[in-house]
Design a protein. Structure first.
Length: 421
């Protein structure tokens, strides 16, 4: 039996045990907080008009993994395109538009990009209160991008049992996936530039691209000129304190390499997660169990969300990612650490062609450290002078910047002003 098969079997068992440990802990964590009745802060959402709206006009929502169903409920259409990256991965891109048969080519294009283990749904699942819907209603041409692998890993040469299918990390996603998505949008729109809205991991992809960390001479600054503006939601440029606090992160971070391989394998990171999601997403307890795990793992909670759609948010994740990517984030000297940046070199990162940046920072976000990025832009980036701004919302955490019920009340107009500036 070859070593790969040993890893496949051991990582199935390892991932299963890891997950079981997390589920049991999450359940008791939830029970404990229910018993001691720990309600921390109750936010008053009543004064925000958007949070009083219904997310979807329909009263009885169907639970489905078909994102176009939710788009249709909003009176929108969602098309899906498959594109191939320069290194041979198939990635999918959604185009969202009003059903009225208008020509979107003459509207300004915006590409929305999701975070780690999420998918293109994340900017849309809040329905009438989502960023994607807000942009459509304000006459932008909206594209929702996915990274490589997603729910259906596909490569021109390799299949999912081949290590080459998983031999990539954030650098490749930044170097190949992001440019392919941009090129596709530019081919299908008459404007010569576009703007990007990114969340969490995709902010890192963008910053690596802007900083030209893998620039080759032919492509020198090409994308900095095509991208006009970029909004970074919960920018994952410097790591936050959560990375040092959470046991499961410490486990992934600190075990020796041989044990990591036995536990998680060498190919995709915990594929059991996607299989479990596929098997259970229609069941009643799916939203609840996803939520308690997420609450236990990251301390994020749903106080600022619309409870009616909590399950919908969880339907479109997790997706397949590589172990190499997870290791890049948590175990590599180039990746993330508390207070450490994703770029590891002296000197400034951005030149004068860097797109204009708007940072949306949650004051309660402990996964990333937005203040350090602000300080960097203020003091250490001489080319950025007036080329950036930020909005900080104190009560928001990492996902509230997308899913809080009052996000459009808080930043809807500011986003539009930024795009027009
Ligand atoms: C999981 O579901 C997605 C659709 O949501 C599908 O594309 C994928 O093939 C499924 N994967 C598995 C392993 O069943």
């Amino acid at each position: 039996m070859s070593i790969e098969y040993i890893y496949i079997i051991s990582s199935y068992i390892g991932s299963f045990l890891f997950l079981l440990g997390i589920y049991i802990s999450a359940f008791f964590h939830h029970l404990f907080h229910k018993i001691i009745g720990k309600k921390i802060i109750i936010h008053d959402l009543e004064s925000f008009p958007y949070s009083q709206k219904k997310a979807y006009p329909e009263n009885k929502l169907i639970i489905t993994d078909d994102l176009s169903y939710y788009a249709n409920l909003l009176g929108l259409k969602l098309d899906t395109f498959e594109i191939i990256t320069e290194d041979g991965f198939y990635i999918t891109l959604n185009h969202l538009y009003k059903s009225t048969g208008e020509d979107t080519k003459d509207k300004y294009p915006i590409l929305l990009l999701h975070g780690l283990m999420q998918s293109s749904a994340s900017f849309l699942t809040s329905g009438t209160k989502s960023i994607a819907y807000h942009l459509i209603m304000n006459n932008y041409d909206v594209w929702l991008g996915n990274n490589r692998c997603g729910f259906n890993p596909k490569h021109v040469k390799y299949n999912s049992n081949n290590y080459q299918m998983w031999n990539w990390d954030l650098i490749d996603m930044s170097k190949y996936d992001l440019p392919s998505l941009i090129d596709y949008v530019m081919l299908n729109n008459n404007y010569k530039t576009l703007s990007i809205m990114s969340h969490s991991q995709s902010t890192s992809q963008c910053v690596l691209l802007f900083a030209n960390d893998f620039r080759d001479n032919n492509n020198n600054d090409k994308y900095n000129k095509i991208i006009d503006k970029c909004v970074l939601f919960a920018p994952a440029i410097y790591g936050g304190s959560l990375l040092n606090e959470k046991l499961f992160i410490k486990f992934i971070r600190l075990i020796p390499d041989w044990l990591y391989k036995l536990f998680f394998g060498i190919n995709s990171f915990m594929p059991i997660l996607v299989q479990l999601r596929n098997l259970t997403y229609k069941l009643k307890g799916f939203g609840f169990s996803s939520y308690i795990v997420f609450n236990y793992l990251f301390d994020w909670d749903d106080q600022l969300w619309d409870d009616e759609i909590r399950t919908i948010h969880f339907l479109f994740s997790p997706v397949y990612v590589s172990n190499k990517l997870m290791k890049w984030w948590l175990r590599d000297k180039n990746g993330f650490g508390n207070g450490k940046s994703i770029i590891n070199r002296d000197g400034y990162w951005f030149n004068e062609n860097c797109p204009k940046l708007l940072l949306i920072i949650g004051g309660n976000d402990k996964l990333v450290n937005g203040d350090l990025f602000i300080n960097r832009l203020k003091y250490n980036e001489p080319n950025m002078l007036d080329n950036w701004q930020f909005i900080k919302i104190n009560e928001y955490s990492h996902l509230d910047v997308l899913w809080a019920d009052n996000i459009i009340d808080k930043i809807g107009d500011k986003l539009l002003n930024f795009l027009k500036s």
